[in-house]
Design a protein around this ligand. Structure first.
Ligand SMILES: C[S@@+](CC[C@H](N)C(=O)[O-])C[C@H]1O[C@@H](n2cnc3c(N)ncnc32)[C@H](O)[C@@H]1O
Length: 301
């Protein structure tokens, strides 16, 4: 990861943020599926930080569609608790840094709403979006409002992705997400370590296709669980093959250490052999051996 203030990112890996590889794969899968099915509509991200997920989403924007991102960036939060989150986690964030990262990958910037996500419905019409990423405040009251806004922006087949739905430090997000499932009809499609993917439309058809795709993915583990009478897919990135050279390096180091210990033992053995030979060749040793070899009578016994 590079310092965002000084360098232009060359790849998504160079952009600072919170967007695991498995979620990059799933975003791509969901957005490409919409493309294949010629499902048109706008893209919305609530909470963009330095643009890591926005840059990937922007790759799937088609002619005539709008991508809207909403973030406070370097402006004030609407309440003290939200401001505390901003000071704690995003103190150095600026809109300029987001724009500069985004421009490194795309010619045109998205529509930027700089302000609280509670304003999003002033900028996005109901049922015009096909994909909404909810990744802004972690406070229950805010996330609840963001999910309700997503419900308004998405037509029934649209996809919502909620970040941090289960992290230890974000119980407010968990409460808001599962409330939407239990009370507001949100149907979870799949979950990863960090994100929950859902729809207010038919979750079964998309799950069948997703499972088919997951079966061919060597680097993504998955299983299906039943949750409240419905299937829910769990997907998780597998440890990367890049870990193997590390293991090989460790084994090589252990082998080299063992070889050194063997060489030291050989050395000690050679020295002991040498000392033994010198004792055997000494005059007193040979005299002693000769004396013990004399018959008893001669030795006076
Ligand atoms: C976890 S970060 C987003 C990460 C980003 N999606 C990525 O992939 O790296 C959360 C973002 O939400 C923004 N944020 C926090 N509270 C907000 C609010 N009430 N309204 C708008 N944006 C908010 C923060 O400025 C921060 O950039």
């Amino acid at each position: 990861m590079i310092s965002q203030d000084t360098e232009t990112p060359a790849s998504l890996d160079d952009v600072k943020g919170w967007f695991p590889k498995v979620d990059q794969l799933l975003f791509t899968w969901f957005l490409e599926r919409q493309e294949r099915r010629e499902q048109h509509g706008d893209l919305v991200e609530l909470g963009s930080y330095l643009g890591k997920s926005a840059i990937l989403m922007g790759r799937h924007l088609r002619e005539g569609e709008t991508f809207t991102v909403c973030d406070l960036f370097d402006s004030d939060a609407p309440d003290d608790s939200n401001q505390a989150e901003m000071n704690g986690s995003y103190a150095t964030l600026t809109r300029r840094a987001f724009e500069s990262n985004y421009r490194a990958f795309h010619e045109r910037l998205p529509e930027i709403v700089q302000g609280p996500t509670s304003l999003i419905l002033d900028h996005v019409e109901p049922e015009t979006s096909r994909f909404v990423h909810v990744d802004a405040s972690h406070l229950y009251e805010h996330v609840r409002g963001d999910i309700q806004a997503a419900h308004v922006m998405l037509p029934s087949g649209g996809v919502i992705v909620c970040d941090d739905y289960r992290s230890e430090h974000t119980p407010g997000v968990s409460a808001a997400v599962w409330e939407a499932v239990a009370v507001d009809g949100l149907r979870p499609i799949c979950v990863t370590t960090q994100k929950l993917y859902g729809t207010w439309g038919d979750s079964g058809a998309v799950q069948d296709e997703l499972l088919e795709w997951l079966q061919g993915q060597d680097d993504v583990w998955h299983e299906v669980q039943q949750v409240a009478g419905r299937p829910l897919i769990r997907a998780k990135g597998k440890a990367k093959a890049a870990a193997k050279p590390n293991d090989a390096a460790k084994l090589k180091k252990r082998l080299a250490e063992a070889e050194k210990r063997l060489a030291r033992a050989d050395d000690r053995l050679a020295r002991a052999q040498h000392e033994l030979d010198s004792v055997r060749n000494s005059a007193s040793f040979r005299l002693g051996r000769a004396a013990t070899a004399l018959p008893r009578v001669l030795r006076g016994k």
